[in-house]
Design a protein around this ligand. Structure first.
Ligand SMILES: *Cc1c(COP(=O)(O)O)cnc(C)c1O
Length: 398
């Protein structure tokens, strides 16, 4: 984790700046706001952290995915390749864009694999929504050629991987558009919030318009602004942006602490025969929000989860049975249970969602146990935790 471990004077100062003026809206009110523009500052801070030309802050990571898809031109009827292991917001964003998700295999990076993407491509495939999972990054050297050779649009959901990078390029900046989440569980939080990033001026302007009913944000008479495209309200408030700004400044330090803890854990737990880890395509680019342990098989992983529970080891996720992160539990998608008809119902699903064959994904997620890494752990806490994790695993793998 996580910015939520840190909430102090810096966050309060940024919030207070906004409270002093009472201008909670991110646009206009130039005379009253005393030059306080938190959303704009937040965007600048994120852009500079990740090295993006443009950043646009919105109300959540989920709406940031929607903006990223719209700004990349993904819409009605487009087939979009998605992973079956992701926070479900990625898939929801594709469906509510009017597009059709196509599930493909992940590998031990926990992200879509080049081979998985290749196999899922059809003549109707328009885009790949690549999700960088568990603080790490996908293997971009393998994936980019598949994107380019097949003329696909790449959109990245780096909701869990802000400040992660591959060979010096941040997650979120490999594709046409990318995005980050600032919900309460991410490396930095705004309470609720998200940021879309891009190096494309065109995509940036589309996202900026799309996230605010099409407003072009020119001039100082909001009611008379032009609306180049249709949009909706995905705006972030100045209060949320203020928190996001303070938190983004903390990310380099959080990342450093996370990596130091993760290195120690991997070195210690890696000594246990039968323990391996999710593969990290670029170790130097890890945001290290999670330690991702792979047990030899699903049965042994489930036994390990039981041992953790019996021994009072906490702070881990077993995604295989998680309701929101893994396709096995997404029965609403499989059964087409929706509040109102989507294009999946209208046009028909491109795959039989209830009977997908994703053996590599099933095997990988079945073996995976992820521990949230806390930047604020003391050395004693870290050592005690590693000892108890190790003891539980050894009781199963003996
Ligand atoms: C958290 C997350 C989201 C959604 O972000 P919210 O801010 O909670 O809406 C989207 N995609 C991924 C991969 C996430 O982890």
């Amino acid at each position: 984790m996580a910015g939520s471990e840190f909430f102090g004077a810096e966050e309060k100062k940024e919030i207070n700046d906004v409270l002093e003026t009472g201008i909670l809206f991110r646009y206009n009110h130039d005379a009253q706001r005393n030059n306080i523009w938190k959303a704009k500052e937040f965007e600048k801070e994120v852009a500079s952290l990740v090295g993006a030309k443009y950043a646009h802050a919105v109300s959540s990571g989920s709406t940031a995915v929607s903006c990223a898809l719209a700004a990349a031109g993904i819409g009605a009827g487009d087939e979009v390749i998605v992973p079956p292991f992701t926070y479900i917001a990625s898939v929801e964003a594709v469906i509510f864009a009017g597009a059709l998700p196509v599930f493909a295999e992940i590998d031990e990076t926990l992200c879509l694999s080049a081979a998985g993407i290749k196999k899922a491509i059809t003549p109707k495939t328009k885009a790949v929504l690549l999700v960088h999972m568990c603080g790490q990054m996908a293997n971009m050297d393998e994936i980019m050629p598949v994107i380019l050779e097949n003329n696909l649009v790449l959109v990245e959901d780096a909701g869990q991987a802000m400040a992660a990078s591959y060979k010096g390029v941040s997650t979120g900046l490999w594709g046409t558009t990318g995005c980050y989440s600032f919900d309460f569980f991410k490396i930095a939080t705004a309470g609720e919030g998200g940021v879309m990033v891009t190096n494309s001026e065109k995509a940036y302007h589309l996202a900026d318009n799309f996230a605010d009913h099409g407003h072009d944000h020119k001039g100082n008479n909001r009611g008379m602004e032009n609306h180049p495209v249709l949009g909706f309200n995905y705006r972030i408030s100045e209060l949320h942006a203020a928190i996001g700004l303070a938190q983004t400044r903390r990310v380099p330090e959080i990342k450093k602490l996370n990596n130091s803890h993760k290195n120690f854990m991997m070195a210690e737990l890696g000594k246990i025969k039968g323990v391996s880890f999710a593969s990290i395509p670029d170790k130097d680019g890890d945001s290290a929000t999670f330690l991702n342990i792979l047990l030899p098989d699903t049965i042994l992983a489930q036994k390990t989860v039981n041992a953790f529970n019996q021994n009072g080891v906490t702070g881990f996720n077993y995604w295989y049975t998680n309701m929101y992160h893994f396709i096995n539990q997404w029965d609403h998608i499989k059964q087409g249970r929706v509040a109102a008809k989507t294009n999946v119902q209208l046009l028909g699903a491109p795959q039989d969602y209830a009977n997908l064959e994703l053996p590599q994904t099933q095997a990988t997620i079945g073996r995976l146990i992820s521990f949230s890494i806390k930047a604020t752990w003391t050395e004693a806490e870290l050592k005690a935790l590693v000892t108890s994790i190790g003891n539980s695993i050894q009781s199963v793998l003996k």
